[in-house]
Ligand binder design. Structure first.
Ligand SMILES: Cc1cc2nc3c(=O)[nH]c(=O)nc-3n(C[C@H](O)[C@H](O)[C@H](O)COP(=O)(O)OP(=O)(O)OC[C@H]3O[C@@H](n4cnc5c(N)ncnc54)[C@H](O)[C@@H]3O)c2cc1C
Length: 320
């Protein structure tokens, strides 16, 4: 069976969920071979094996931490040359897209970014993308070279599919460009204890209707009752009520969770662009004519200051 390379996003050996989703998709088109580099790479193997990786190619060197993406591109290219895969799958993070794009240029292949689904096709894998602020779905396949495809988080279920997960050392020689951009300093972000916005299965967002930084506490309380991440519209972050890193939309982050709850958000096209592929969308808005109601699965016409706290209490009560 053709092998499919899966680039592993991990933190000191803890594999991030989008990579496990990639393994689900990779199994549809071939046999997954995972590529894990950097500190703790070998520790990823058992998780990757549980989710279908037949082989896990690993390499560690200080270059991965000390320099920006190029050493990782060198490693992925080394794996590509060693395996001759049918496709290369990379998580659609900002870094993942840069790695994938650089690899595609180097190997002369076509690339598809931000796929939301992937299936086997007679002439290679067919990727679904959600375009024009998710008003259209397109299906495409790469027609030149080995398909390099980045996939958005939450596009596929995480499935247990035990496989060998044999760890093999990957031989990597770094290119001249590898040390071109050095990491000068790192400041750990203060942890909120909430899931990462782009990876979260549930996102609770607040907009201008939240009407103040302090009021975001009710959005956070709902998020915490569900184990969700907190998002915000641009109007809310521009007003200084919530950090820019939490902005959802065209010029913010793209999220595609199982459940997206929008409170006090009108549903402008630029906001929709970042959340319209969410599986189930719920909106709370006091204006029944708000455009957000055109795309919701469930809508509540009401004042968020009444609805959201009640919802939070009800969820807490049901969770016992
Ligand atoms: C180039 C460009 C890029 C942009 N990128 C983004 C982006 O990435 N993300 C983004 O979000 N926007 C983006 N925008 C801005 C976008 O056009 C909208 O202005 C913005 O999304 C509006 O945010 P909002 O829905 O919170 O505010 P509004 O449009 O003002 O809507 C607020 C809503 O809250 C409701 N409301 C008010 N009070 C209550 C209450 N008490 N209870 C319930 N409902 C209430 C109102 O009925 C209204 O529908 C961009 C704009 C441009 C031009």
């Amino acid at each position: 069976m053709a092998e499919v390379l899966v680039y592993v996003d991990h933190m000191d050996g803890a594999v991030r969920k989008p990579t496990l989703e990639l393994l689900t998709l990779a199994r549809r088109i071939g046999e997954p071979v995972a590529v894990a580099v950097g500190a703790g790479a070998e520790n990823t193997a058992s998780t990757l094996a549980e989710h279908g990786a037949a082989r896990v190619l690993t390499h560690d060197a200080s270059e991965y931490a000390d320099y920006l993406v190029v050493p990782k591109v060198d490693a992925l290219q080394a794996a590509y040359e060693a395996v001759s895969p049918a496709a290369v799958l990379v998580p659609s993070s900002a870094e993942g897209k840069e790695i994938a794009a650089r690899l595609a240029v180097r190997i002369g292949s076509g690339i598809i970014t931000d796929a939301v689904d992937l299936e086997a096709g007679d002439e290679g894998p067919v990727a679904t993308q959600s375009v024009f602020a998710a008003s259209y779905s397109t299906k495409s396949r790469v027609s030149k070279g080995t398909p390099v495809i980045t996939v958005k988080p939450n596009s596929a279920p995480v499935e247990a599919a035990p496989a060998a997960g044999a760890v093999e050392a990957l031989a990597v020689s770094f290119s001249a460009q590898a040390t071109g951009t050095k990491v000068a300093a790192r400041t750990p972000r203060e942890s909120t204890g909430r899931p990462e916005l782009t990876e979260a299965a549930i996102v609770v967002s607040g907009g201008r209707g939240v009407n103040g930084a302090g009021n975001f506490a009710i959005i956070e309380a709902l998020a915490d009752s569900l184990g969700a991440a907190v998002g915000a519209s641009r109007a809310a972050v521009d007003a200084g009520w919530y950090p820019h890193t939490n902005q959802v939309g065209q010029t913010g982050k793209s999220v595609s969770p199982q459940l997206y709850i929008a409170s006090g958000i009108s549903g402008a096209i630029q906001h929709r662009a970042g959340m319209q592929t969410s599986k189930t969308i719920v909106a709370i808005n006091k204006d029944s004519e708000a455009p957000i109601f055109d795309l919701v699965d469930y809508g509540v016409v009401g004042d968020l200051f009444e609805v959201v706290p009640q919802l939070t209490e009800e969820i807490k009560a049901r969770k016992g």
